[in-house]
Design a protein. Structure first.
Length: 112
């Protein structure tokens, strides 16, 4: 079984994760405070930007094909190399959705 080092940028935290386990499961076992919610690759709460390295995440349904190259859903992602991840970074699709929601909220308030 191959093991890889996963380093979290800006935190000094580092864990070893096998190719058979998710990054989130190792974070939880190691006591690292990794945000998560659904644990099925849909909510994007566990998102991290891939600074360096590769992951396998075939069930990361919350990401577009393009986003899968630059972001990991730690609840689904398994390392395919040593990694550097920046936690709490969200893909463009969720940022765009947040902007659209905010614009809708502003319009609703203006209608009141």
């Amino acid at each position: 079984m191959t093991e890889y080092t996963v380093e979290f940028v800006g935190t000094g935290e580092e864990i070893t994760v096998s190719e058979k386990e998710t990054i989130l499961s190792r974070c939880l076992e190691a006591g690292i405070a990794q945000e998560y919610s659904c644990r099925v690759g849909m909510c994007l709460a566990c998102s991290a930007e891939i600074v360096d390295g590769d992951v396998v995440q075939p069930a990361a349904r919350g990401l577009t094909e393009e986003e899968r190259d630059g972001y990991a859903l730690t609840c689904m992602a398994r390392p395919a190399s040593d990694l550097k991840l920046d936690r709490g970074k969200y893909p463009p699709s969720i940022e765009a959705a947040g902007s659209a929601d905010a614009a809708g909220d502003e319009q609703a308030a203006a209608d009141d």
